[in-house]
Every structure is written in C-alpha cells, then in structure tokens.
Design a protein around this ligand. Structure first.
Ligand code: OAD
Length: 260
C-alpha cells in the first residue's frame, strides 16, 4: 500500500470499463499452494524436465503421476484466500467487461466463485487422452491410489490436464485473451514471475493497445519496468484493499461547481 500511485491506480480501476487480470502461482501462495520459482519454489526441489514434459510422462509415468497426485492432494487441502475472493467482487462489479486469465492449474479462482476464467495452462483436476480425446473431471484423490491411469476408451496412457513444457496453449484460451486485449483499459498482473511465454507477453500486448498495466507482487519481475504502477506486497493483503478503495472512488459524486 506504500505506493505513491495507490490512489491513482484506484481511480484507473474505478474508471476502467474493460478489466483483465493475469494471475500466477503467487496468488495461491497464501492458500498454501507452493509456487514454482523462488526460495521455496517447486522448480527448486524438482527438475521440470523430469516431471512436466510429455517425454517424462512416457519415460516414467509412475513418477510423473505420483507427482501430479501429490499436487492434487495439496490443492484439495487448500482454500481460496482473500485475493481470490476480491477478484470475484471485481468481476461482479465490472462484468461483462472482465476477464481473469490464470496460469494456475489449481482451480482456486473457480472455487472462490470467479466465472470468467481462462485457464491458460489447463487444469490439474482433469485426466486427458491425447490419443482419442477422452477427458474426465477428477473430484478427489484417494490416498491409496497410485496406479498409472489408462484411457477407459482406447487404453492409451492418460495425461493430467495441465499444459506441459513444449505443449501449445489451448487454442480457445489464447483466442479469448487476444480478443479481449483491445477492450482492456487496465491489466492487473498478480503473483507471476512473468518468465513463461506466451503468458508473459500479455502485459506487453495490453500496453501496445494503450491499456494500463498494474503489477502486484512482493518482488520485482520483468513486468515491473513496463508497468504503469508496481504495488509491492502480498496479494492477499493488497488485492482486497485495491478493489475496495476503487469501489469507493466510484461512489464519490463528482464535485459540484458553485452555481449560486
Ligand atoms: P512462479 O513461481 O514463477 O512465480 C510466482 C510469483 O509470485 C513470483 O514473482 C513471486 O514473487 C510472487 N509471489 C510470491 N508470493 C506472493 C504473494 N503472497 N502475493 C503475490 N505474489 C507472490 O509462478 P508463475 O509465474 O505462475 O507452468 O509460473 C508460471 C508457470 O511456470 C506456471 O504456470 C507453471 C510453471 O512452470 C506450467 O505448469 C505450464
């Protein structure tokens, strides 16, 4: 909150008709879901090429599936936090001119109540078959369950519904984002290290179309330099206050000029 631009950002947000939000693992950190990079990040403890590629899945499906089941369990134990919930309020205020683009695969935005969500990197709670297109939702993970899943339709090895390294972004997701860019007056970039493309290019696309970019993160990232404002701090504290203050700005009647 200690930003000289806090008030200005609340005015931008209040006046914006088109609002896009880009979130990353940092928004779920306060829910207890580990991030990828940084001190306690998953990619500090595990090698992505051994776990998050199609080659790894084919080479060692048991290891890869064990890791994704562990992540599913962690997410099922987690609850949405105040930042997730504040984005629901923001959506209700700005809809239908609102789009939430998340790189997260944890489904916490939807569990909080967000509706206009684009899952840029897929969803952890899906099993998909690359052979025949079969897919199913996963609601729970039994603790004794360790078998590698195969497609009930064609028998091919199943894959978790997340985008793995080297795989393309789901076409529909990319389409939604590109379509919304020209309508974006302000983009909030929350809790992403902005290192994975094409998601990391979204702030540049918005700027190139004349929209403002506001970043919320305890650390600087490659977005910080191009951002119109950088709000340093945890999402769970800053995002609810930002939405609340912006809504107050909208309620303030315009100053009247004295007319006698
Ligand atoms: P990262 O782990 O790379 O970055 C997390 C960001 O969150 C960092 O910039 C942190 O400073 C910030 N952060 C930490 N705690 C925070 C808090 N309480 N509030 C706000 N921000 C906080 O995660 P992503 O940028 O999401 O890809 O990573 C992008 C992609 O890389 C992921 O979607 C995943 C990974 O490989 C796939 O799974 C395809």
């Amino acid at each position: 909150m200690d930003s000289p631009f806090w008030d200005l950002v609340t005015i931008w947000l209040a006046r914006a008709s088109g609002v896009m939000v880009l979130t990353g693992a940092g928004i779920s950190a306060e829910s207890g879901v580990p991030t990828f990079r940084g001190k306690d990040g998953l990619w500090n403890r595990f090698r992505p090429e051994e776990l998050a590629t199609l080659e790894a899945l084919q080479r060692d499906p048991e290891r890869v599936w064990t890791w994704y089941r562990w992540r599913r369990k962690k997410v099922l134990q987690a609850q949405p936090n105040p930042a997730h919930r504040a984005l629901v309020t923001l959506e209700q205020w700005k809809q239908p001119h609102f789009l939430l683009v998340t790189q997260n695969v944890d489904g916490l935005h939807q569990r909080a109540g967000s509706q206009a969500v684009v899952e840029f990197h897929g969803n952890l709670f899906e099993d998909v078959c690359l052979q025949c297109g079969f897919h199913r939702r996963i609601e729970s993970v039994a603790s004794e369950d360790s078998a590698v899943p195969y497609c009930p339709r064609c028998g091919h090895l199943l894959k978790p519904g997340v985008v793995m390294f080297g795989e393309p972004i789901p076409e529909q997701a990319l389409h939604h984002v590109i379509e919304f860019i020209p309508r974006t007056d302000i983009l909030l970039v929350i809790g992403t290290s902005a290192q994975v493309y094409p998601a990391a290019a979204i702030p540049r696309w918005v700027k190139d179309h004349g929209g403002k970019v506001v970043e919320v993160n305890p650390e600087q990232t490659p977005v910080t330099e191009m951002a119109d404002a950088f709000l340093r701090g945890p999402a769970g504290k800053l995002v609810p206050k930002l939405v609340q203050d912006a809504m107050k700005k909208q309620q303030v009647p315009h100053e009247r000029t004295f007319s006698g």
